[in-house]
Design a protein around this ligand. Structure first.
Ligand SMILES: Nc1ncnc2c1ncn2[C@@H]1O[C@H](COP(=O)(O)OP(=O)(O)OP(=O)(O)O)[C@@H](O)[C@H]1O
Ligand SMILES: [Mg+2]
Length: 253
């Protein structure tokens, strides 16, 4: 596959927006990812499924390498918009338009909801409408009423919405979401799936890690299954959801 880059630096308009090849990751001397391969197409929603400890978060953290819990060593090829991510520090990766929402929902507890959003604000992206507070509140109506509340006082579900909203206001072209449904009551998970479905409708590319099959099925076109750091399945979401054998072998259900 060739990875020619547009003159604007925006990258090729064809090919996957995110491509991961032969990814190995290590925490200290312990290797936890082995040759992981995955791709995210433009405007596609892809689920990375697997049980606890399978390597979902490590895969996402290897791509963005944010925070102290990122793997200490990452080998392989990581390309976003055709650009090699490996030499770039995390803030440069974010500026390229790759948004990341970690599993521990890192909101600024002492700041209000509105202030948290301001922290995430980044310039608009060419060819895409800019995210404004108004658009975010239309997407997550519950947040509108919480603007003046300190983020630390929000429920887990509200913090999850804020964490996603804060990433969106940075105007990313792709989103990595680490287990967005985790810890949410079923009705909130359904609402979040509907909101994320709206983003997909606008052409945002989303890679989400999930254990919740219903949530992933509601959103994703394709799925990968990871087990003990290796990709065991790559195919249609419906094929995975419909296979009792695959579900029994690799998923919690
Ligand atoms: N900071 C770390 N230091 C050492 N080992 C780690 C670290 N984070 C994860 N691991 C190990 O790496 C492996 C993959 O973990 P990872 O967090 O990627 O799994 P996961 O699929 O996200 O699981 P979960 O569904 O519980 O979030 C596990 O064996 C885990 O114990
Ligand atoms: Mg995880």
């Amino acid at each position: 596959m060739s990875h020619s880059r547009g003159l604007s630096g925006a990258g090729p308009a064809t090919g996957p927006i995110l491509a991961v090849r032969a990814l190995d990751a290590f925490y200290g001397r312990a290797q936890v990812l082995f040759g992981v391969e995955l791709a995210l197409g433009r405007g596609e929603v892809v689920a990375l499924m697997g049980r606890n400890g399978a390597g979902k978060s490590t895969t996402l953290k290897s791509i963005v390498r944010v925070g102290p819990s990122a793997p200490s060593r990452v080998e392989g090829e990581l390309r976003f918009e055709g650009r090699d991510l490996r030499p770039l520090p995390p803030y440069r990766i974010a500026r390229l338009g790759l948004g990341y929402v970690p599993e521990d929902r890192r909101v600024f507890a002492g700041l209000t909801v509105a202030e948290n959003l301001e922290v995430g604000r980044r310039p608009a992206r060419a060819g895409a409408p800019a995210w404004t507070r108004e658009r975010l509140f239309a997407l997550f109506p519950a947040l509108a009423e919480l603007q003046r509340r300190r983020a630390g006082t929000l429920s887990g579900g509200e913090q999850q919405m804020l964490s996603i909203a804060r990433t969106l206001i940075g105007n990313p072209s792709a989103l990595l979401l680490d287990e967005p449904s985790e810890g949410l009551a079923p009705v909130l998970a359904e609402r979040l799936a509907a909101s994320l479905g709206g983003l997909k409708g606008e052409g945002l590319s989303i890679l989400l890690s999930e254990q919740n099959l219903a949530f992933a099925t509601a959103l994703a076109d394709r799925a990968y299954v990871i087990e003990r750091g290796r990709i065991r399945f790559a195919g249609g979401m419906a094929a995975l959801a419909g296979s009792e054998e695959l579900r029994a072998a690799y998923l919690a259900v």
